[in-house]
Design a protein around this ligand. Sequence first.
Ligand code: NAD
Length: 351
Amino acid sequence: MTSFPKRKCLMIGAGGMASAWIRNFFPRFRQRMEIVGLVDINPDALRESGDFLNLEESKRFTDMAIAFEKVDADFCTIVIPPAFHRDAVRLAAGKGMNILSEKPIADSWEACLDIVKMVRTSGVKMQVVQNYRYTSRILTVKEVLSSDRLGRVNYIIGRFADDYRQRGAWGAFRHEIPHSLLVEGAIHHFDQIRNLAGADCEEIAGWEWKPYWQQSFDGECCGLYTAKMVNGVMAQYEGNGLEGGQANGWHHEFYRVECELGSVEVGNDNVVRVYERNHNLRMEEIPNVRPTFEGHNGIIDQFLNWLEDAPEPETVITDNIKSAAMLFSAIQASQSGSLVNVAEMVTEAMS
Ligand SMILES: NC(=O)c1ccc[n+]([C@@H]2O[C@H](COP(=O)([O-])OP(=O)(O)OC[C@H]3O[C@@H](n4cnc5c(N)ncnc54)[C@H](O)[C@@H]3O)[C@@H](O)[C@H]2O)c1
């Protein structure tokens, strides 16, 4: 087995999802990395995760600027709300520190553009966490699509629906920010549509909204969108943060890929089903592939390998900006009531 140097990580965020990184994901990689500094503005979250890590007091910070100044690390992991991602990237890039960041890149297109620029100018490596590409259900769908069994892809249907009718049910900040479904939810689903289509998005049209009768969200929590990919594949997306009926929540989203010779779908029960018609309709359940590392663990493995000079992972910033462009084009499409050219936004980001 190849042995790599143990990489040092400055962890930005200690509560919420960061708590899962610290307790569930990173421990699996303890031979390859260690957290040497921890930041959170919430002293309770900082203490609880700091104690879990057995981290000395001098390595715990409530201000990330001080942490970046004092801690030497090979990379930082950013797991705080999107509104603060740009500040963290600025500090990391300024110090030449590599970055593993939770999605979305940032909470505005302007902040995304700044981040791309800072990363490219500084030459640091940055990967964005799009863990749902590496779940066993989606890897199985991808395997069916790449086997050519169903021929060419025609169009994709994607559905996410969860019950956040109770204010705070989706984590406090998501009920307060604008465009909550798109910024915090649909970024995963748009990225997945790119992944399943095997192509980037060319144009998008549709609406996001918040029903006047609900009090749970300040921002838009529902969305219906149609996207055209550069290879001609079409996609339809339904997103609902107010589901009162049949849900398709996290890890149970519904995807159906309609192809030349049949279709493949996965939904609530996580069983991948292929449908083919030759006079009669035939259905086959496909056994799920079992990768060594799934979801977040898959991303961490890729990132640590990349630090050792393995090839660039799929979700590097220069690729993930194309999913972010889809997200911010979707917001623009809704505001203007028109079709938005996503490809032009990507060109703007990369110029
Ligand atoms: N990939 C996934 O499946 C997944 C799931 C959940 C969340 N996320 C992402 O993780 C990130 C964090 O989301 P969350 O649900 O953990 O949010 P959260 O509101 O629970 O915040 C996480 C922690 O960040 C701390 N924090 C907030 N602002 C800070 C700042 N300026 N400096 C230092 N610490 C700060 C908070 O005190 C909290 O402990 C978001 O980007 C979100 O989209 C990803």
